[in-house]
Design a protein around this ligand. Sequence first.
Ligand code: NDP
Length: 534
Amino acid sequence: MSPTSTPPVASESSSAQPAPTRAFEKLSPVTGESQGTFTITDEAGVDAAVRRARAAFPAWRDLGLQGRIEVLNRLQPVLLEHCESFARRISEDTGKPLQESIITELLAIWLYHDYNRKHAARVLGRRKVKTPIVFAGKQSYIEYFPRGVVGVISPWNYPLQLAVAPMLAALIGGNTVVLKPSEVTPLTGLLAEELFKRVGLPEGVVEVVHGDGSTGAALTRSDIDMVFFTGSVATGRKVMAAAAERPIPCELELGGKDAFIVCADANLERAARAAVWGGLVNCGQTCISVERIFVVDSVHDRFVQLVREVVESLRQGGPEEFADVGPMIFARQLSTVERHIADAKERGAEILTGGARLERPGHFFPPTLLSGVTPDMAIYREETFGPVLPVIRVTDENEAIRLANEHQYGLNGSVWTRDIQKGLRLASRLECGQASVNDVINTTGHPGLPFGGVKSSGIGRYHGEDGLRAFMHTKGIMVDRGLLSNEPTWFPYGEAKLSSVVSLAKGVIGGSLPRTIGAFIKLLRGSGSDAKRS
Ligand code: NDP
């Protein structure tokens, strides 16, 4: 893939790909002007990239954890030198404010790597586990080894972070990676490729296949050993079906409809600012965006008024205008927002501010606050993924928790109360992968917390310990010193042995240590004569 602007760093691997046959044009979300034409990697190109990644796998695996950490640590000087210019390129591609490109894309990937390099030896190293008494005399271990070639398919909303974060965890464990970035943000797809080239990974350890959905589908059919997918539920189903054909492990990070529950005793001003930031950061195109705001009746009107004041104080514009809220990244997503708002209006919701796209080039939709939202509305049932804050009035927090959990999605959620113990109790009752008390979005930035969803929000976890292990096979190992020529429970069987086995089983099940030890000794003594018979 090559754009008319911002060429990728030249490499043998990209020049070795077969000539692509199709192309698409990318338009700026800020100006609507063309940002270049990009070619699409076809199935043969994808297969060739996977072959290169497979060829690179043994040497990368055998480099060992410390060797891989040393290579990946070169991310630090690259990010330090190019922080502002990389942020500008991401913002040019997506329209998001520069501050967000720095914090949620570049700083985020450094935090994940920093966590990985400090904890990988402990998390991925061989560890001893207890051995049950029935296996007395043996030692048991768990260890991990890389899966091989991991296919990573990433979306357009956080196009660098959501591509690079899983890649870093896969790479440190010894896997090689083939990335398929989203066609909606091809400039950042090129940036991800450039980033790893600047880090100086050995040839083939990271391959990037640019293109559209057909490229992603080809990757899921190719000779990969695992697929890690972030995107919509609809595509996630296809990815899982393709993975089932092989079969290979498949991790899915899908959509959300996160609940934001405001209790009567909340710090209302903080909660209002949080709802606005959590719902509008990245122009609402965040999988853990605030998508359903449940407010207890007694504070509903005051809270809505505070939210309205904050929303109306925001400035919207492109990255060069230093605005708070940018344009939407993807034109098609803007149509979803318009459909949801029209449906909500028709079914009785009130639009308190915003509500119609701006008369300017690009994909600008203003921050929009709706009250009177009810479960029959599309804006309640479906992921909106735009700059919209739907408010639902509830009688109390129990109703809010019930409604939050009745939904098909379960990605993240938050509870707002001055009573921390109550907040923790409510957060524990939320059926989702992450939850906060008096905070929003930040759980995903904490590199040590597992991230992922329940129900339609996905399968699997990444970030933290779970994230490091997600890209590994787990192996259980048991060691016996090998001194006995036969084990007491091996052949031959017999009546006397059966009576000792019954005693052993009852000792273990009944939790009686003396009975267990007694039966075990009897078995050990008997094993010599049994061995003679055999
Ligand atoms: P899509 O599902 O449309 O696309 C995701 C990726 O899959 C893109 O790279 C896309 O390529 C590719 N793709 C498309 N068709 C196929 C196919 N048949 N086989 C394999 N890959 C394919 O999602 P979006 O990019 O629109 O992302 C938005 C969605 O992602 C939202 O629902 C959001 O909630 C979710 N998301 C989830 C996150 C999480 O961590 N849980 C985080 C961020 C977003 P192309 O774009 O080139 O068509």
